[in-house]
Design a protein around this ligand. Sequence first.
Ligand code: ADP
Length: 339
Amino acid sequence: MTVLGFERERLLADALSDGVVALSDTGRLNWWNASAERLLGLRPEHHQKEIMRLLKGTGIRTLFSNHIESLSIVRKVRRKTWHLTLSLREYRAGGQLLIVQDTTELEGFVNMRKDFIANVSHELRTPLTVFRGYLELIQDGAITDLGHDSPVLQQMNDQCHRMESLVKGLLLLSRLESNGPDLSMHQLFSPGALLESIVRDAKQVSQGRHTFKCDIDNSLSLMGEVNEIQSTFSNLIMNAVRYTPGRGDIKVSWKKEKDCAVFSVSDTGIGISAKHIDKLTQRFYRVDQARSQASGGTGLGLAIVKHVLVRHDAELVITSEPNKGSTFSCRFPLDNKDE
Ligand code: ADP
């Protein structure tokens, strides 16, 4: 009976995601659960060893001298690096429990945030530097010819557009990331007219350099947020224009395929090698930074596309071959829309 009771407690303790180590009044390891074994790399021979020795060099003494409430440490166990937070609890006269929390994932988020801020600052710095350079030259009187067709004003205008697109993209991404889908904004609509207007804009940008073909089923409708779908389809079609050299073909289609309504845009452009494909939807990921920036890219388009599709239970499928072209397809499950 006692053994069964003990076994049950052991199973309960092992099911905890936090590590728990029971220490004697002299700070020796009496017992630990499975998570402590995994996170601290404990082995049977550590039984009755002093915790101070085992975690030497981590600042563990300060935790025991009650100077701090918790201690963050980094520990490498079997080639994996764990970020851990340690704290102490009294559990019986003299004895203490060392609680070990795994904060590795949280640390990953903190690093992602740092990278993101560094990326945004970098993206804004380039247009601001160009802008400031010109302003200084104008103030110094080195540039005087500022007629309405002045290349300097044109460049300053381009850089303003670039900053504006970046800020718009960031605001949209932040809204998509922080709020769940608002189903009250979803409506049943046929994307045919929307696609026609995006293709008209794309033709303007293309200036006759590409041949467009459209295969649109106007009877096929979609349940979704019109503005989000518009920015998704527009991002993909504009990318096809930007990454397809002159005389290339761009094909836009909206049709039913088995159990999905599928929007696809195929181009005969520069293509993407396989090693980049999985990373394309990360914020600021570009295969060729200079090419993206030269064509007015912010590196946020596909991140926005991915978020919008997740909010519509849809998926993005990318197939591409370098120097042959790419196809980006958005697959909306048919139960997500009415026919
Ligand atoms: P960007 O503003 O740089 O175009 P996106 O997030 O829209 O940012 O796309 C990320 C990257 O994916 C681009 O920089 C480009 O390298 C690649 N890419 C996107 N669409 C295409 C395409 N149709 N053909 C080739 N490469 C593409």
